[in-house]
Design a protein around this ligand. Structure first.
Ligand code: FDP
Length: 336
């Protein structure tokens, strides 16, 4: 049977009353922008888009040309559509206001336009991550405070992987589904409905080079996995680290595993590397909708009350039973 298109899937979700027309159109606009990003990435060196932009973002990280380009593509595609009250990105210090010449909608869009961008110059998968929130009632010109909503209030989350094929993985709160870009047709077609993360796993993803900076419960958890069959866990574990969150999370959605970016003591001013609002929250919504779990090591990610737009957070996500063990070790160490 021919796979259904993203457009048909969204219309069916609207008919079932799970999304409204504005959210449907907003997702279509984001998907269209991602096709355009995919096209630019696909050109590689021939498109003159590789390398550094010579600028830095709010996190003090060097921006790649493709970070800047992807951010502009998403911004340009979304500001005139009439579905947004505002949007915010990893690459911009402050949220963007919708110009007055365009109609405004009542959704807020947050995104990381090009996640894993340090991989772009070596032709390894990168991606876009996005999260959609309701703009609070009565707010027409949203400020930062209006974006600071718990992940549990997200109405949609998704990511694309620009890899051997371009994939879009999406949830509107009714399961997690995968769509593959048909490059000839130019449309996303559903290739997996209702993705399910196995509850148990023998695979973990973590940047082991930070090991000496980890807190004790983290050291203990990974030491047990490394001990394999001869250790307390009684089975061998394998390690994978693409260093592109989208690619690592996609592997976990496909065959299970855990992805951990813990807090470490290398720079105590940073409680982790990844960002809550446009990395951890959307990925956590997607993972939970696929039967997995996601925590900060101490609490469910989607229950964290954000305090800043670019806030960093420790991330533990993936196969439920493994995340439960890692989280338990952290809670015990914290005396909880
Ligand atoms: P990047 O810095 O290349 O954008 O979002 C940050 C991120 O990539 C994730 O995609 C990735 O999982 C992680 O950082 C990689 O971190 P390390 O450099 O510590 O490996």
């Amino acid at each position: 049977m021919k796979p259904i298109s993203l457009t048909r899937y969204l219309i069916e979700e609207q008919r079932a009353g799970r999304i409204n027309a504005d959210l449907r159109l907003l997702i279509e606009v984001v998907a269209r922008a991602c096709k355009s990003i995919s096209h630019s990435i696909g050109k590689g060196a021939l498109g003159g888009v590789l390398g550094d932009a010579g600028t830095g973002n709010i996190q003090g990280e060097a921006q790649k040309k493709l970070d800047v380009l992807s951010n502009e593509i998403l911004l340009e595609a979304n500001e005139w559509g009439g579905h947004l009250a505002g949007c915010a990105s990893e690459e911009m210090d402050d949220p963007v206001k919708i110009p007055n010449v365009y109609p405004k909608g009542n959704f807020l869009l947050l995104y990381d336009p090009l996640d894993g961008s340090s991989n772009i110059d070596v032709n390894i998968s990168v991606g876009t991550i996005f999260s959609v929130l309701h703009c609070p009632d009565g707010v027409t010109d949203p400020e930062v405070e209006h974006y600071l909503q718990k992940g549990s209030t997200q109405v949609c989350a998704g990511y694309t992987v620009y890899g051997p094929s371009t994939l879009l993985v999406l949830t509107v709160g009714n399961g997690t589904h995968e769509f593959t870009l048909d490059r000839e047709l130019g449309s996303f077609l559903m290739t997996k409905r209702g993705m399910k993360i196995p509850e148990d796993t023998k695979e973990f993803a973590i940047n082991m080079s930070n090991q000496r900076h980890w807190e004790e419960p983290m050291k203990k958890y990974i030491a047990e996995l490394l001990a394999g069959k001869t250790g307390p866990r009684g089975k061998d574990f394998n390690m994978r680290w693409v260093a592109s969150m989208v690619a690592d999370v996609h592997r976990i959605l496909t065959r299970g595993g855990v992805f951990i970016y813990p807090k470490d003591l290398k720079d105590t001013s940073k409680p982790g590397k990844l960002r809550l609002m446009y990395e951890a929250n959307p990925m956590s919504f997607i993972v939970e909708q696929a039967g997995g779990a996601s925590t900060t090591g101490l609490q469910r990610m989607l229950d964290v009350q954000p305090t800043a737009l670019h806030q960093r957070v420790p991330v533990f996500l993936g196969s439920k039973n493994e995340i439960e063990v890692a989280t338990r070790y952290h809670l015990e160490a914290a005396g909880k």
